[in-house]
Design a protein around this ligand. Structure first.
Ligand SMILES: [Fe+2]
Length: 357
């Protein structure tokens, strides 16, 4: 019987590397002169951030943060295994990976029978060629089956409902999945029991106005990385992503398949939160978003706008909106929804399980 399981998690790449490596961004900021005087020494930081730093530059906290996060992932994986999906949709951002100067869709469904991931290539800045927690070789390639039949069916049905997603039969610019999809697959199989579910990668242009000019990163004041000088066109709105999720729920509900919808993104990202000097995330806003989600008040997410998300460094929350919209359409409420906060580790991570009613 067709059913939909809603799941949410983070694809923070730091979890793949050592406890010491996880706070490397903070250590670099302390010495590169980019912090304002009000934050240029740990003694000046918010209390919880000082606590995370502790007496070992955040290494102990990093360990606890990963344990907490992987504990949440174990619950997600158990729910997924018990659900036995025929296909798994993964809604994730494309961070200047397949979406580049030559073509930037608001979102794109990748259609294939198999996808490759190269989990340690992009992460060089986070220590990609240093040992990862699995001790995998740096050039490891992971192969994951694709649900091409489900993807084609859904594309046809979306167009019949007047939604016009882009699609692609190959991954442009790189022959492997982007970080959001790769890290999600790595983390959901962090115990290495194997992954057998066919996927449909649904990529979203979450970085919008800074996708090209900052190559998916941040736009430093006055800097543009030598590319476009003006902001790029924005990300698709949370409302539109939410409505696509509602349409997807209707389509899958009337299909022969059992499908999991995985939203993958941390909430506020420190490196996107200008009001906190790109140093730590917007904690207050994340707590609000988490409370809304946990209470099943999904329509509050539909009312969000791109400027609201960008102000909070929550650009990637549009990745969550299709899954949240689908849950609104189906009337499904969270059985599990936890926010794992961190000042040091770039972002707050939310893990959620929203089972069929
Ligand atoms: Fe991302």
């Amino acid at each position: 019987m067709a059913e939909i399981l809603g799941l949410g998690l983070s694809h923070f790449g730091g979890f793949m590397f050592s406890d010491e490596e996880m706070s490397s961004r903070i250590k670099a900021r302390l010495v590169d002169g980019s912090l304002p005087p009000s934050l240029d020494h740990p003694s000046k930081w918010p209390g919880p951030m000082r606590d995370e730093w502790g007496n070992d530059e955040g290494a102990s906290f990093a360990h606890r943060h990963r344990e907490e996060y992987f504990g949440g992932l174990d619950r997600v994986r158990k729910a997924l295994d018990e659900f036995r999906p025929d296909a798994v949709f993964i809604f994730g951002d494309d961070q200047y990976e397949c979406f580049r100067e030559d073509l930037v869709p608001p979102y794109c469904v990748f259609v294939g029978d198999e996808f490759e991931s190269k989990p340690y290539l992009r992460a060089r800045g986070l220590g990609g060629d240093t040992p990862n927690i699995w001790n995998d070789p740096f050039d490891t390639v992971i192969r994951t089956p694709g649900a091409a039949d489900v993807a084609r069916y859904v594309l046809n049905a979306l167009l019949a409902q007047d939604f016009e997603p882009a699609y692609s039969y190959r991954l442009p610019h790189q022959d492997y999945l982007g970080h959001a999809f790769t890290n999600t697959l790595m983390f959901l199989d962090h115990r290495r029991t194997g992954w057998r579910y066919p996927i449909v990668p649904f990529a979203i242009n979450a970085y919008g106005s800074s996708l090209i000019r900052a190559r998916g990163g941040i736009v430093e004041k006055g800097g543009n990385n030598g590319t476009a000088r003006l902001p790029d066109p924005p990300a698709p709105s949370p409302r539109r992503c939410f409505e696509i999720g509602r349409a997807l729920a209707r389509i899958v509900r009337d299909s022969p398949w059992r499908v999991a919808f995985i939203a993958t993104a941390s909430f506020s990202h420190a490196f996107l939160t200008e009001k906190n000097f790109f140093f730590y995330p917007d904690m207050e806003s994340d707590r609000r978003r988490h409370a809304e989600l946990a209470a099943g008040e999904y329509l509050k997410w539909r009312a969000l706008t791109v400027p609201i998300l960008e102000d909070a460094g929550q650009h990637e929350l549009v990745n969550w909106c299709p899954m949240v919209g689908a849950m609104e359409e189906l009337g499904q409420k969270p059985a599990y929804c936890e926010l794992m906060e961190s000042y040091l580790m770039n972002s707050n991570k939310c893990v959620a399980i929203i089972p069929p009613a």
